[in-house]
Design a binder for this molecule. Structure first.
Ligand code: GAR
Length: 201
Protein backbone atom coordinates (compact mmCIF):
# COMPACT_ATOMS: atom_id res chain seq x y z
CA UNK A 1 0.00 0.00 0.00
CA UNK A 2 1.23 3.46 -0.87
CA UNK A 3 1.74 5.89 1.99
CA UNK A 4 -0.34 9.01 1.32
CA UNK A 5 0.03 12.53 2.73
CA UNK A 6 -3.09 14.64 2.16
CA UNK A 7 -2.78 18.44 2.01
CA UNK A 8 -6.00 20.44 2.36
CA UNK A 9 -6.88 24.01 3.26
CA UNK A 10 -10.51 23.68 4.30
CA UNK A 11 -13.54 21.46 4.42
CA UNK A 12 -11.91 18.26 3.25
CA UNK A 13 -14.69 16.53 1.33
CA UNK A 14 -12.18 15.19 -1.20
CA UNK A 15 -9.90 14.08 1.64
CA UNK A 16 -12.85 12.28 3.24
CA UNK A 17 -13.81 10.54 -0.01
CA UNK A 18 -10.24 9.37 -0.57
CA UNK A 19 -9.83 8.21 3.03
CA UNK A 20 -13.08 6.20 2.79
CA UNK A 21 -11.99 4.69 -0.53
CA UNK A 22 -8.74 3.52 1.08
CA UNK A 23 -10.65 2.10 4.04
CA UNK A 24 -12.91 0.23 1.62
CA UNK A 25 -9.91 -1.17 -0.25
CA UNK A 26 -10.82 0.67 -3.48
CA UNK A 27 -7.50 2.55 -3.40
CA UNK A 28 -4.32 0.69 -2.51
CA UNK A 29 -3.07 3.33 -0.10
CA UNK A 30 -3.19 4.52 3.48
CA UNK A 31 -3.41 8.08 4.73
CA UNK A 32 -0.34 8.52 6.95
CA UNK A 33 -0.64 12.26 7.67
CA UNK A 34 -2.96 15.19 6.94
CA UNK A 35 -1.48 18.67 6.60
CA UNK A 36 -3.31 21.98 6.47
CA UNK A 37 -2.09 25.53 6.05
CA UNK A 38 -4.93 26.62 8.38
CA UNK A 39 -4.98 25.43 11.99
CA UNK A 40 -8.80 25.76 12.06
CA UNK A 41 -9.46 23.80 8.86
CA UNK A 42 -12.25 21.24 9.18
CA UNK A 43 -10.04 18.64 7.50
CA UNK A 44 -7.83 18.51 10.61
CA UNK A 45 -10.81 17.47 12.76
CA UNK A 46 -11.64 14.81 10.19
CA UNK A 47 -8.10 13.42 10.45
CA UNK A 48 -8.44 13.29 14.21
CA UNK A 49 -11.70 11.38 13.86
CA UNK A 50 -9.91 8.88 11.61
CA UNK A 51 -7.04 8.55 14.08
CA UNK A 52 -4.59 9.88 11.49
CA UNK A 53 -1.79 12.29 12.51
CA UNK A 54 -2.57 15.86 11.50
CA UNK A 55 -0.33 18.90 11.32
CA UNK A 56 -1.03 22.60 10.76
CA UNK A 57 1.73 24.51 8.99
CA UNK A 58 0.64 28.13 8.75
CA UNK A 59 2.15 30.32 6.08
CA UNK A 60 2.34 33.35 8.35
CA UNK A 61 4.68 31.51 10.73
CA UNK A 62 7.41 31.62 8.06
CA UNK A 63 9.13 34.55 6.39
CA UNK A 64 9.81 33.16 2.94
CA UNK A 65 7.96 30.73 0.70
CA UNK A 66 11.08 28.54 0.79
CA UNK A 67 11.02 28.38 4.61
CA UNK A 68 7.29 27.56 4.54
CA UNK A 69 7.82 24.77 2.05
CA UNK A 70 10.76 23.41 4.04
CA UNK A 71 8.44 23.32 7.06
CA UNK A 72 5.89 21.35 5.01
CA UNK A 73 8.65 18.90 4.04
CA UNK A 74 9.79 18.60 7.65
CA UNK A 75 6.19 18.02 8.79
CA UNK A 76 5.63 15.05 6.51
CA UNK A 77 9.13 13.53 6.46
CA UNK A 78 8.61 11.45 9.65
CA UNK A 79 5.67 9.73 7.92
CA UNK A 80 7.72 8.84 4.80
CA UNK A 81 4.91 9.40 2.28
CA UNK A 82 5.14 7.88 -1.21
CA UNK A 83 2.55 10.27 -2.63
CA UNK A 84 1.35 13.77 -1.74
CA UNK A 85 -2.33 14.35 -2.53
CA UNK A 86 -3.50 17.96 -2.76
CA UNK A 87 -7.22 18.07 -1.94
CA UNK A 88 -8.32 21.68 -1.90
CA UNK A 89 -4.87 22.92 -0.91
CA UNK A 90 -5.09 26.54 -1.98
CA UNK A 91 -1.40 27.39 -2.35
CA UNK A 92 0.93 27.15 -5.29
CA UNK A 93 3.84 24.90 -4.34
CA UNK A 94 7.28 25.83 -5.63
CA UNK A 95 10.51 24.00 -6.41
CA UNK A 96 11.55 23.67 -2.75
CA UNK A 97 8.65 21.32 -2.14
CA UNK A 98 8.07 19.84 -5.59
CA UNK A 99 11.70 18.79 -6.15
CA UNK A 100 11.51 16.59 -3.05
CA UNK A 101 8.61 14.55 -4.51
CA UNK A 102 9.16 14.45 -8.28
CA UNK A 103 6.03 13.15 -10.07
CA UNK A 104 4.67 12.12 -6.68
CA UNK A 105 2.31 15.07 -6.12
CA UNK A 106 -1.23 15.10 -7.52
CA UNK A 107 -3.97 17.73 -7.42
CA UNK A 108 -7.65 18.07 -8.23
CA UNK A 109 -8.99 21.15 -9.93
CA UNK A 110 -12.72 21.95 -10.38
CA UNK A 111 -12.59 22.68 -14.14
CA UNK A 112 -11.53 20.98 -17.35
CA UNK A 113 -7.89 22.10 -17.55
CA UNK A 114 -6.26 23.84 -19.30
CA UNK A 115 -9.41 25.99 -19.06
CA UNK A 116 -9.87 28.05 -15.93
CA UNK A 117 -6.75 27.42 -13.83
CA UNK A 118 -6.26 29.17 -10.52
CA UNK A 119 -8.81 30.42 -8.04
CA UNK A 120 -12.61 30.39 -8.51
CA UNK A 121 -12.57 27.92 -11.40
CA UNK A 122 -16.32 27.36 -11.22
CA UNK A 123 -17.00 31.11 -11.28
CA UNK A 124 -14.65 31.47 -14.24
CA UNK A 125 -16.61 28.77 -16.09
CA UNK A 126 -19.99 30.41 -15.39
CA UNK A 127 -18.67 33.82 -16.46
CA UNK A 128 -17.19 32.39 -19.67
CA UNK A 129 -20.55 30.88 -20.58
CA UNK A 130 -19.16 27.43 -21.29
CA UNK A 131 -21.79 24.70 -21.51
CA UNK A 132 -19.54 21.95 -20.17
CA UNK A 133 -17.06 22.10 -17.31
CA UNK A 134 -15.93 19.44 -14.87
CA UNK A 135 -12.88 18.41 -12.91
CA UNK A 136 -9.30 17.39 -13.58
CA UNK A 137 -6.82 15.28 -11.62
CA UNK A 138 -3.24 16.04 -12.62
CA UNK A 139 0.36 15.72 -11.56
CA UNK A 140 1.76 18.90 -10.05
CA UNK A 141 4.51 20.82 -11.79
CA UNK A 142 5.89 24.31 -11.18
CA UNK A 143 3.00 26.02 -12.97
CA UNK A 144 -0.52 26.88 -11.83
CA UNK A 145 -2.65 23.77 -12.47
CA UNK A 146 -0.46 23.02 -15.49
CA UNK A 147 0.93 19.54 -14.85
CA UNK A 148 0.28 16.35 -16.83
CA UNK A 149 -3.42 15.40 -16.82
CA UNK A 150 -4.34 12.03 -15.34
CA UNK A 151 -8.15 12.00 -15.57
CA UNK A 152 -11.05 14.34 -16.28
CA UNK A 153 -14.82 14.19 -15.90
CA UNK A 154 -17.16 16.49 -17.83
CA UNK A 155 -20.16 18.04 -16.09
CA UNK A 156 -22.87 20.14 -17.79
CA UNK A 157 -23.24 23.83 -17.02
CA UNK A 158 -26.87 25.00 -16.87
CA UNK A 159 -28.10 28.38 -18.09
CA UNK A 160 -29.09 29.51 -14.60
CA UNK A 161 -25.99 28.21 -12.82
CA UNK A 162 -24.19 30.26 -10.21
CA UNK A 163 -20.67 29.61 -8.97
CA UNK A 164 -22.19 27.70 -6.05
CA UNK A 165 -24.67 25.59 -8.02
CA UNK A 166 -22.00 24.57 -10.50
CA UNK A 167 -19.54 23.79 -7.71
CA UNK A 168 -22.15 21.59 -6.04
CA UNK A 169 -22.77 19.69 -9.31
CA UNK A 170 -19.05 19.14 -9.92
CA UNK A 171 -18.08 18.14 -6.37
CA UNK A 172 -19.39 14.53 -6.30
CA UNK A 173 -17.59 13.97 -9.61
CA UNK A 174 -14.39 15.27 -8.01
CA UNK A 175 -14.69 12.58 -5.38
CA UNK A 176 -15.21 9.72 -7.83
CA UNK A 177 -12.62 11.00 -10.31
CA UNK A 178 -9.97 11.48 -7.62
CA UNK A 179 -10.59 7.97 -6.26
CA UNK A 180 -10.19 6.39 -9.68
CA UNK A 181 -7.07 8.40 -10.51
CA UNK A 182 -5.43 7.69 -7.17
CA UNK A 183 -6.25 3.99 -7.50
CA UNK A 184 -4.28 3.91 -10.77
CA UNK A 185 -1.37 5.82 -9.21
CA UNK A 186 -1.26 3.53 -6.18
CA UNK A 187 -1.23 0.49 -8.48
CA UNK A 188 1.78 1.97 -10.37
CA UNK A 189 -0.32 2.11 -13.54
CA UNK A 190 0.58 5.67 -14.57
CA UNK A 191 3.49 6.59 -16.78
CA UNK A 192 4.43 10.11 -17.98
CA UNK A 193 5.97 10.30 -21.46
CA UNK A 194 6.66 13.78 -22.89
CA UNK A 195 4.24 15.29 -20.35
CA UNK A 196 1.42 12.97 -21.45
CA UNK A 197 0.06 10.53 -18.89
CA UNK A 198 -0.44 6.97 -20.13
CA UNK A 199 -2.25 4.21 -18.30
CA UNK A 200 -0.33 0.95 -18.37
CA UNK A 201 -2.36 -2.19 -19.08
C1 GAR B 1 -12.63 21.42 -4.35
O1 GAR B 1 -13.67 21.85 -5.19
C2 GAR B 1 -11.32 21.41 -5.10
O2 GAR B 1 -11.43 20.99 -6.44
C3 GAR B 1 -10.93 22.85 -5.02
O3 GAR B 1 -11.24 23.23 -3.71
C4 GAR B 1 -12.36 22.45 -3.25
C5 GAR B 1 -11.99 21.80 -1.95
O4 GAR B 1 -13.10 21.14 -1.41
N1 GAR B 1 -9.55 23.06 -5.30
C6 GAR B 1 -9.09 24.11 -5.96
O5 GAR B 1 -9.80 25.02 -6.36
C7 GAR B 1 -7.60 24.13 -6.18
N2 GAR B 1 -7.21 25.30 -6.89
P1 GAR B 1 -12.92 20.04 -0.27
O6 GAR B 1 -12.10 20.70 0.84
O7 GAR B 1 -14.31 19.74 0.18
O8 GAR B 1 -12.23 18.85 -0.85
Amino acid sequence: RKRIAIFASGRGSNAEALYQAMQAGEVNGEVVVVVSDYSTAAVLAKAQAWGVPSVAVERKAYGSKEDFEQALLDAIAPYTPDVVVLAGFMRLLGPTFINAYPNKIVNIHPALLPSFPGLHAQRQAVEAGVKVSGCTVHFVDYGMDSGPIIMQTAVPVMADDTEDSLAARILPHEHTTYKRALALLCDDKLEIINRIVHVKP
